[in-house]
Structure formats: structure tokens, C-alpha cells
Design a protein around this ligand. Structure first.
Ligand code: FMN
Length: 341
């Protein structure tokens, strides 16, 4: 495990070695991957929507606790704007607190209904959002940190048209609590750049999709390794539900239906359903047959390797960039490769 290099308000508050957070990722956010990231010195979030039942979710938290041997890990609370989709959210929090989890990442809509419940249980809440306005509201209602994501984010970056480094820089001028930035980050030198800007940590997702421990078919990992920074596109903006996904046949078909005037989720049949992605892509490895959240940072994924090696490479690359920078040089070396680890 790489020695700590940077100390920030987030590494202190979360008790982590490196200022890297692997954000919640539906299906990916299960104990195997989360524990691997946490054991490498970063923070990861188990994602309750990855499980079919609350019992399954609780069992996975217990497994994660075992695998991490006392290191802190978190739970993601993705709150949908669609009514009826959040029935289990209070139970996600209560179960997590009962199982000893103290770190929460909320996303989607306002976390206001949950702040008190989390704090009463001794937890910390970071709210992730794509707009500074929402981050200011989150700060006002008492969250402990905010994460600002730019339009590069894999998944749901919202209607925001600002890239990560603009969004983050504006947030850092206005927000007093710790600020995390994310979206499009896949190298260590980008992490150093974010920290130089004043961020307290980065939140990443796409770069970890090829980790050995990710609970998806090998064919998808190999496919992503073969992609470059043009690997993603957006869909469903006209339904006010912008989704950044991997370019594939399904995404192209969804774009075709949307361009034809479809404006209701039902108009896309099962093409946009997570159950389809889970079965056809994640389980069976048919990479063209479902929608896969992914951002351009997936283009930096150059090998299927353990999350621990990914974190080590990121941190060595970040250290190299920081050291060159503080000596007054720009970075002239190649990014850290697996062979250097
Ligand atoms: C496959 C995948 C699934 C995701 N699922 C969720 C989710 O369920 N909830 C959430 O808050 N964010 C989700 N995200 C967003 C990540 O937590 C993180 O904010 C994002 O990946 C950062 O941008 P990057 O992909 O450019 O690194 C997902 C991202 C990916 C790539």
C-alpha cells in the first residue's frame, strides 16, 4: 500500500490514507470491490440499490466489514426524483448504522430528510451533486462535506453543463465545508491538479470499472480496457434525466428513439432498465446489449488489475506530479504503469 502523500480535510475527517473516494455505483458497489478500494487506503461506498432485498444488503455490509478488518467504509444513498423509488431509504440508513457504518454519500435529490437520522446515529454525510446551488443548500442543511461533479461524470451528471474543473473551482470559492470534485478523473496527475485547486479529495467511478474485484463479466472489463476517452455519450437529456453511458448499440438505439421524439421513460421499453444491463451485460458479458454508466475517465483504464494496484498507480502518479510541480517543473515523465508498481 502506498504511503500517505496528501493530508486534507477529507483524509482527516474520514480517517483515510489517500484523498480518493470511489463513489456509489449501482451493481458495482458491493463488498468485493468496495473492500478492495478501502484496503488500498481510499474510501468506497456500498450501494444498496445493487441488492434485491434489504437482507441481502445487510449480509453484504457484514461481508464488507469482515473484508476491511475495521477500516471505515461507506454506504451510498441514491435518492430518486421519481416518487415511489425511495421507500427503502430510511432502512438503508438504519441497517448501515446497526452494522457499524458511519460514512454516507447521498446523491439524486436533497438529503434533507436524512441528515438528522445520520447524525443522530453518529454518521457523517457527504452530499454529491452537479450544481453549486444545490451544494450550498446541502451545506446550509448541515451535511459534513459536498462532492461537486462535472458533466464528465459517468452515470447521472444532471442537467449541469459545467465541466468538473469549472464546477469545482466555483464551489471552492463559495463553500466552507470540505469539497470533493469528480467527473472525468482517471489519472494521478488529475488528482494532484484537483488538490492544487483546493479540493479535499476526488470522487471517481469509471476508472474502477475494470478492477479484478468488480462483480461483472470479464468481457466488459476487457472491452473497457480497449476504449479511449471517446468511450461515452449522453442520453435522455430531453427527459430531464441526463445519463452518461458507454457508447454501444443500445445507447445508439436509445438516442435514435429519443431523437424521434420519445419523452417518457416507458417509450424506451426495457432498453434503459437496470435489470437488462445486469443480466445481459454484467452477468453474460454481452457488452452491446444494455446501458452501462461510464464516463470518459474509462479511457484511462488500461489493464484489468486489482483495485489496490489501481489506487497505488494513481497515488504514485499523483506524487510524481506533485513533486515535479513543487520543484518548479511541469511533469515530463510518463504516467505510472503497472510494471512500475
Ligand atoms: C457504473 C456506474 C454506476 C454508478 N452508479 C451510481 C449510483 O448508483 N449512485 C451514485 O450516486 N452515483 C453513481 N455513479 C457515479 C459515481 O459514484 C461517481 O460519482 C462517478 O463515477 C464519478 O465520475 P467518473 O465516472 O468520471 O469517475 C455511477 C457511476 C458509474 C460509472
Amino acid at each position: 500500500m502506498t504511503a500517505p502523500i496528501f493530508r486534507t480535510r477529507i483524509t482527516e475527517l474520514f480517517g483515510i490514507r489517500h484523498p480518493i473516494l470511489m463513489g456509489g455505483m449501482q451493481h458495482y458497489g458491493q463488498s468485493a470491490l468496495v473492500a478492495a478500494v478501502v484496503n488500498a487506503g481510499a474510501m468506497g461506498y456500498v450501494t444498496p440499490r445493487s441488492f434485491d432485498s434489504l437482507d441481502e444488503y445487510r449480509r453484504d455490509l457484514r461481508k464488507c466489514r469482515e473484508l476491511t478488518g475495521g477500516r471505515a467504509f461507506g454506504v451510498n444513498l441514491t435518492i430518486s426524483a421519481r416518487p415511489g423509488f425511495n421507500r427503502d431509504a430510511p432502512a438503508w440508513i438504519d441497517i448501515a448504522l446497526e452494522e457499524g457504518v458511519r460514512h454516507f454519500e447521498s446523491a439524486g435529490t436533497s438529503p434533507e430528510p436524512f441528515v438528522e437520522r445520520i447524525h443522530a446515529g453518529g454518521g457523517l454525510l457527504m452530499h454529491k451533486c452537479p450544481s453549486v446551488r444545490h451544494a450550498l443548500t446541502a451545506e446550509r442543511i448541515g451535511v459534513d462535506a459536498v462532492a461537486l461533479v462535472g458533466l464528465e461524470e459517468g452515470g447521472h451528471p444532471g442537467a449541469n453543463q459545467l465541466p468538473t474543473f469549472v464546477n469545482g473551482a466555483v464551489a471552492l470559492q463559495k463553500i466552507r465545508i470540505p469539497v470533493v470534485v469528480g467527473g472525468g478523473i482517471g489519472t494521478g496527475r488529475q488528482i494532484t491538479a484537483a488538490l492544487a485547486m483546493g479540493a479535499d479529495a476526488v470522487v471517481m467511478g469509471s476508472r474502477f470499472m475494470v478492477a479484478t474485484e468488480a462483480p461483472v463479466h470479464q468481457a466488459l472489463k476487457d472491452h473497457i480496457v480497449g476504449l479511449d476517452e471517446h468511450c461515452s455519450t449522453t442520453v435522455l437529456s430531453s427527459l430531464n434525466n441526463t445519463w452518461r453511458v458507454m457508447v454501444n448499440d443500445t445507447a445508439r438505439e436509445v438516442q435514435r428513439i429519443e431523437a424521434g421524439g420519445a419523452r417518457r421513460h416507458e417509450d424506451f421499453g426495457d432498453l434503459i432498465l437496470s435489470a437488462r444491463t445486469r443480466e445481459r451485460v454484467y452477468r453474460d458479458g454481452k457488452v452491446e446489449e444494455g446501458m452501462v454508466s461510464l464516463g470518459p475517465a474509462g479511457g484511462f483504464a488500461d489493464a484489468v488489475e486489482s483495485a489496490g494496484v489501481i489506487v497505488d498507480r494513481l497515488m504514485r502518479d499523483a506524487a510524481q506530479a506533485a513533486s515535479a510541480f513543487t520543484r518548479g517543473f511541469t511533469v515530463t515523465t510518463q504516467p505510472v504503469a503497472t510494471a512500475d508498481i
